[in-house]
Ligand binder design. Structure first.
Ligand code: MN
Length: 131
């Protein structure tokens, strides 16, 4: 159930390792990118089931990376959770308005993050209802 591929896009080494280790313990497969450009390439190549996206990165930001993902038919439907420091009020609205599927603030609560991920993954794989 939890062997899906999760792409972690995060420039901070320690944050990336923390997420990778936690996800691997649960049984997820992981791919890692240290910037948005690599993240976009890996997303297209490997089609992860879900992406964890840092917002503040050198080069393209998480917002820009999300726009690129959504503009590509191959990656458009991949759920993307923003992982970011200081998400108070206005910025939280910015993140959700930008089209992220979820938001996790740093320091990351692993249990909370796993719950959000699972909900999105299950929604994604649920059979669509006949119309
Ligand atoms: Mn960062």
């Amino acid at each position: 159930m939890a062997n899906e591929l999760i792409l972690i896009v995060e420039d901070d080494d320690n944050s990336r390792k923390l997420l990778r280790d936690a996800l691997q313990v649960i049984g997820y497969e992981t791919a890692e990118a240290e910037n948005g450009e690599i993240g976009l390439r890996l997303a297209a190549e490997r089609r992860p089931a879900l992406i964890l996206m840092d917002i503040q990165m050198p080069g393209i930001s998480g917002f820009e990376a999300l726009r690129s993902l959504r503009s590509d038919p191959d990656t458009r439907a991949i759920p993307v959770i923003a992982v970011t420091a200081s998400v108070m009020g206005a910025q939280q609205n910015d993140v959700l308005r930008a089209g992220f599927d979820g938001l996790e603030s740093k320091p990351v609560s692993i249990v909370g993050l796993l719950r959000k991920m699972r909900a999105l993954l299950d929604r994604q794989s649920a059979p669509s209802l006949p119309t």
